[in-house]
Design a protein around this ligand. Sequence first.
Ligand SMILES: [Zn+2]
Length: 393
Amino acid sequence: MKKTDGKKFSALVLSLMMAGSTVLCSCTKSDSEDKDSAKTETTAATTVTETTTEATTEATTTTEATETTTLSAREASPYEEITLDGVKEHHFIATDYCYIETEKCFIFMEKDIEIPGDFAIVLDAIIVEIENELGISATPDDRNYFDVADMSVHYGFNPWEGWDIGNKIPVFLYVDHEEEGLISNACEDFCILAMWELFSDEFWNSVPSYVERSDARRDYVDYAEVAHEITHTITLRNCYLTDILAEGVADYMGRLVIDALADQYPSIAEVQEDRFLFDYMIPEVVNADNAERIFVEDYHDLSAADRGAEYVYGRYLCQFLEEEYGDDFYRQMNDKIKSKQLEYSSYNYDEAVAAQYAEALKEVFGDDVFTKFGKWCVSNHALQELGGWFPMD
Ligand SMILES: [Zn+2]
């Protein structure tokens, strides 16, 4: 029972994610002009490094050199940089805003976050694995990187105002202090992890309504969910995707990364051992006749309460493409979508744009890619159960 309840929460998280990212994806674009003009003045670096607090508080509005702004904003910050010792059993509990810089990302924390000592190492390993599996970079050169997104909506103010972290991924760890039902979500600019297992035990046990739901709270970090969200940020930094492609590849990575890294990381092995794999409900069985139409429709008319079909269709599509066309399938698809400059918006469904993604796939994999996928689904018993699918393995 314990396990199933936990997974129900996970399913809810996944199914609500789209709604979450709808609200949160339009961030930080307004800083771009400042940043562009700032790039030229690199010679001012040494002087501005020694700037006073007065100067640094204006970091977001001045046009000082980019690197100096970074140092200044961080130097002026009252919040501590944390280093973990890498030992899973040693937990860090945040008592205030604080952060960790890793090779690949910045982990921004708030009071009552609790993470195991290997969290940063595992997170970086996941990012590297996703890059390797998909054949794309988490830090594409042809992209502009803006200051850390303003999360005042959650924090009530911006603890990281003016922080330039270059091309590293900002990963925010949220505590749901107000019991708002916060969920993990991501966009091209950041990743938010709102996971019960990352709330400190002390905080959890201080809130009666959480205590009542303790059976559904994991005693380990669900790195499959982490991999899912990080995949969103990495893929969307490279190109826009339809909902099926975005959720599909994220779900696909959520499984594949766990399998790939379980041998090396005990924390990931734990997830692999305990996970409960299942398929979401779909509104229509998929076959050779309708696979392309469904891809183009992108389940855009499913109500938020029924979300999930795009995850499972997309995951099987990725599995099929990899089996049929090889390990490089995602990079090829990514490059084609980029070269065609396709811009899908899930908030404003446009059938013509969605059809261009279908064309892109056909150009890469052949005109018969969708009929082949439909046949593959039938012969593999994939996307054949309307009520969802719970394989016994
Ligand atoms: Zn997702």
